[in-house]
Design a protein around this ligand. Sequence first.
Ligand SMILES: [Zn+2]
Length: 273
Amino acid sequence: MIASLGEISNLSEAYREGDLCSCGESLPSCSFWKAVEQELRRKCGQNVSLGTWDLMPENPDRFRYANVELLKAISGITGKPFLVDSSKTRRRLRRYQQCSDIDLKVVHLLRHPLGVAASSKRKGANGLKPIRVLRGWRIHNEKLCKLLKEQPRQVSLLRLRHEDFATDPEKWLRVIADWMGLTFERSQLEYYETPHHIPSGNRLRLSLAEGRAISLDTGWISRVTLGERIYLWLTARHFLTNLGYKCVISNEGDFVVPWPSSDEGAPQTIGTA
Ligand SMILES: [Zn+2]
């Protein structure tokens, strides 16, 4: 029922660069994206090329046209009515909110900022400085919460912490399926068994064949410095607390506060941000 598109907003650039699709082929050689391009040509004109199909135009009408046509083509080819766009830009979300013919559901997936900063450190010289990552995380998520609060039309929102999801993926997939009006299928846990054509996004998309099960990595906790904890406490402790995280200067080794369940036992969105 659901197809993952990764960070689809980068499709045309990734296509022009000849980047790898998650199936292992380069994007221009991938049979799935060739079929999508063919379908777009059939609907929108023979000159269409994915390399120039701009999914982020400034004009709202052009945004709607480019994205709705692409999503329709993908939905038709995959036979999946639900498509997941993991592009992480607020501008794209704002544009989607303006497309009344897209039945939009938003999952606001959070990860503890110290975990994000630690991941960046692992990239060595290619990673951003931890303080910059922490500041960027706070600014982005504060603006995102504001955008979701002020959205122009009623859009269903599920706010979810990565740490909860990775600890018990089955429980959370059931929550997400229920929220979407779908039934949980065990194959969702073995996502790597199904063919994927993800054009852009996390590099893990290129190692689906390794069959890595979803699991929680807490190794980053030991890599967090006192300076980073103090910076976060000074700049974001109230915001983090609202999102259900602990913000402490001492290294307690547990940054996630268990959150209350509803009467049915299912967790609801976290805080009010
Ligand atoms: Zn592919």
